[in-house]
Structure formats: C-alpha cells, structure tokens
Design a protein around this ligand. Structure first.
Ligand code: NAD
Length: 443
C-alpha cells in the first residue's frame, strides 16, 4: 500500500518502506496549537490573567508503566497516560486512545480540548484524555484485554465515577470500556457494583451503556451539518461526501448522511484511500471494515493516492481520523464547500487559514464532535440513577444540545467577528472564567 500517512502533505517525506512520515526533527506541537486558540479567545473575552495562567497547563499529568504478559510468554512494559486538564465544572472527562504515535503532547492537547468541549456544551464535566502508546492492531485480543486491565489497574483510583471518567477514542471501543469497568469494579473494593458503573462511558448497552452512544459523535456532527446547511440555504440531498477515517466517527457519519441522500465518493483510513464516483454503499463498507479491520481490499472502489483523495470534487469533507491532517497543501487541494471536523484537531492553523481564504466553511471539532461527550453524560446520568432511557429520549436531548451549542457559537462569532473555532473557545472560556470569578482561588 503506497498511501499510508501520518501527516499533511507539506510535512511528509517518503521513508524506506514507501510510507510517509514527518520530516526528521519536525514535530507538530498540538498542545501549543490548542493553547493558541485559547489565547485568541482570551483577547475577545474579559478574562483575568490568572484564569488564563491556570488553564495554560493541565492540573495533573499521570504517566504509568506496567508489565503485560504477551501470548509468547514474554513480558512487555507499556507506557500509559492520563492527563487531567480541568475539573472546575465537574469530574475530569475524556477518551482513552491506543495509538502507536500517541505522545504526551497529544494527550495534553486532547485533554484541554475536552475542557473547552464540556464547557461549550454546558456539561457538568471537566477535561481529560489518556491512553497507551502502542499499536492495538499488532496484538491479539487476549493481549489487548490484559493490556487494558493492567492499564486500568495501574490507574487505580485516579479514575472513578465522581473523579475522572474515561470513554472510547481512537483504537478503543465499547469492548475496551467493558474490560475497564470490570477491572475497576474488581480492584477498588466497591460494596455496591452499581455505584461504579459510571466509571467509564461508551460501554456496551448490556453492561450499563446507553442507547445511542455508539453513533452519538456521528449523529452530533450530522446535526451540525444540517444546521449549517439550513443557515447557508444549502440543500444536502444529492450532494457528495469525502471521509478520512472510517472508524466509529467516520462510518457512523457516512451512514447517517446517506439517509439524507448524501453519497460517499471517497474514503480513506490508515491503509490507504478509495474512490467511487457512483458512491459507496456505506452499510456494506461499514460491515466490511467491521469484519476486516480496514477498507483495504474492498472491491467496489478504485485505489487512489492521498494527494488525489484531497482533490476529489465533492461538497463536504469530514476528517475523522487524526489531528494535523489538513495542512496548507491539503487545504488548497480540497474541492468542497464545508469541512466538518469529526476528528480532534484535523486542521492545522496554517491549513485553516487557507480554507478561510478560499471561502470554505469549517465546523470546528470543539462543537462538531461534541455529540460523543454529550451522550456520554447521558450515560453517566443513567448509571447514577439506575435508569435506561429509550433511544428516542437520547436522540431528542442530543439534537437540542447540539443546536443550542451551535447557536451559542454562531452568536459569539457574529458579535466578536471571529471564526467559529475561536467562538467555541470564547463561549467555553466565558463559562469557566465566571466560575473562577464566583469562587475565587483557594486558599
Ligand atoms: P477509530 O479508532 O474508531 O477510527 C479511527 C479511524 O482513523 C480508522 O478508520 C483508522 O484507520 C483511521 N486512521 C488512523 N490513522 C490514520 C492515518 N494516519 N491516516 C488516515 N486514516 C487513519 O476512532 P474514532 O473513535 O472514530 O475517532 C476518530 C477521531 O474522532 C479522533 O480524532 C477522535 O479523537 C475523534 N473523536 C472521537 C469520538 C468518539 O466518540 N469515538 C468523539 C469525539 C471525537
């Protein structure tokens, strides 16, 4: 496969394996990028200097090393992270990522983004992120289970239903959360197991999960796209979609948009990129990926290079893989009206500047993929009350939450004449700053 990628066109160079990677010594400083948006928003909002100072670093940065017995009988030492950025508004909250390129800098950035997301969505949560630096596809299912259990055992009471609540992210899923829950229940010495249910969200429905969580991020994104289309007088039916990343977020978004008559014409994942001008059958493709682990080998599409993928003529581009995928060259190549960010941080600031110059609208991650944490909150509430809500109730609440937040973003952007992204940070910062003003700083 010649198209495996880790970064935008401008930051890649061929390696000996025909893969592409960042230039030696060139590192995308994700946390600095996220802090840059905060600085921009702070210039628009009247925030005391000490509030900016407090929010400029995570509250806690936890790194654990733990041994795991592999199937061969040998032991391997893994490095796990949990970065707890803020718990001002409620317990720390955020996903767990298993990825071979994950770094402390990435987790700090992603944890901070969770703080802004929870605040923008008016949720009683703070922000956190964590995970393990390894390739989950390169280990067996049994090894994956032991790695997850040892990781959560090592975290111990640094997570908990009233303190820090993990959820799935890249490389993890409902099964990972079921193992995490079980490990937590069996290690913290709970008298009542029900009290521990809310330690993680995104669980299988049979293990205390909520209806609607699996597709929640895609559903929230589709609500945002619909609202953008309504406000822009843009008819979605008959339009074309390009999606990078066909995991939880990408596949659910494509399936939900297909129901509105939007056809997927190009798709990519860690194995490469496919094009089908007639439109993919997204249900079949999703099923294929569930069985085979990637889009590689899917028959009804023509292989294209990453560079060609970004130039496919369409209407909407949904990045739903990793951060820093749309740099200036990708932004110049894109032939769409809208970039709706399913992934966290997919556009670099330089890429976004090009999109702005070209008049391509952006629905920023902090709002656009917040459906996941919002339904995670519903799951947590159900766990606390020992309830199970009907899917209709979850969906109704989610739609209202997304549209309300969209409105807060749009109003801020109008009033302060700023981008949608800075508006999201501005709204979030206002809420956090008010709490610091009310409570002041301990002692
Ligand atoms: P996932 O593991 O289910 O899917 C990730 C997808 O990205 C896979 O298709 C994978 O092949 C692809 N990918 C990985 N590396 C790639 C590369 N170098 N080039 C192209 N494709 C690559 O993960 P997910 O849960 O769908 O998360 C995707 C993004 O959405 C992440 O940025 C995540 O932080 C964000 N997000 C997820 C949720 C959620 O509820 N799962 C919520 C909010 C935001």
């Amino acid at each position: 496969m010649s198209t495996t990628t880790t970064g935008p066109i401008s930051q890649r160079a061929p390696s000996s394996e025909g893969r592409v990677s960042r230039l030696p010594g060139e590192r995308y400083e994700f946390f600095r990028v996220i802090q840059g948006y905060l600085d921009e928003a702070a210039r628009l909002v009247n925030v005391p200097e000490h509030v900016k100072l407090i929010l400029s670093q995570p509250k806690n940065e936890l790194i654990v090393h733990f041994p795991v017995r592999m199937d061969s009988g040998e032991f391997r030492l893994f490095k796990g992270y949990r970065i707890q950025h803020s718990n001002l508004l409620g317990p720390f909250k955020g996903g767990m990522r298993y990825h071979e390129e994950a770094s402390l800098d990435d987790f700090k950035a992603l944890a901070a983004m969770m703080t802004w997301k929870s605040s923008l969505m008016n949720l009683p949560f703070g922000g956190a992120k964590g995970g393990i630096k390894f390739d989950p596809r390169a280990v067996s299912r049994d090894e994956l289970q032991r790695i997850t259990r040892r990781f959560f055992h090592a975290l111990g009471s640094n997570v908990g239903p009233d303190f820090d609540i993990p959820a799935p992210d890249v490389g993890t899923n409902a099964q990972t959360m079921a193992w995490a829950l079980d490990t937590y229940i069996n290690t913290v010495g709970m008298v009542k197991k029900e009290d521990a249910m809310g330690v993680v969200t995104g669980k299988p429905v049979s293990s205390g999960g909520t209806f609607g969580r699996e597709q929640a991020t895609g559903q929230g994104l589709v609500h945002c796209i619909n609202e953008w289309a309504r406000r822009s007088r843009f008819k979605l039916e008959g339009k074309k979609l390009v999606v990078q990343g066909f995991g939880n977020v990408g596949s659910n978004t494509a399936v939900l948009l297909a129901a509105e008559g939007v056809s997927l014409v190009a798709v990519g994942d860690h194995t490469g990129y496919l094009y089908n001008p007639e439109g993919f059958n997204v249900h079949r493709l999703k099923q294929y990926v569930a069985q085979n682990g990637s889009i590689a080998g899917y028959a009804n599409g023509q292989k294209i290079a990453r560079e060609e993928f970004f130039g496919v003529a369409a209407d909407i581009f949904v990045p739903a893989a990793l951060e820093n995928q749309v740099g200036p060259l990708e932004a110049e190549a894109l032939q769409v009206r809208l970039v709706a960010e399913g992934a966290n941080g997919p556009c670099s600031p330089e890429g976004e500047a090009v999109l702005a110059r070209r008049g391509i609208d952006v629905l920023p991650d902090v709002l656009a993929n917040a459906g996941g944490v919002t339904v995670s909150y519903y799951e947590w509430v159900q766990n606390r009350r020992s309830e199970q809500w009907a899917i209709e109730e979850v969906q109704e609440r989610l739609e209202k939450a997304m549209l309300d937040a969209y409105d807060r973003m749009a109003q801020f952007a109008r009033t302060h004449e700023c981008s949608n992204r800075v508006a999201c940070y501005g709204v979030a910062l206002q809420r956090l700053a008010q709490v610091y003003v009310d409570r002041e700083i301990f002692p």
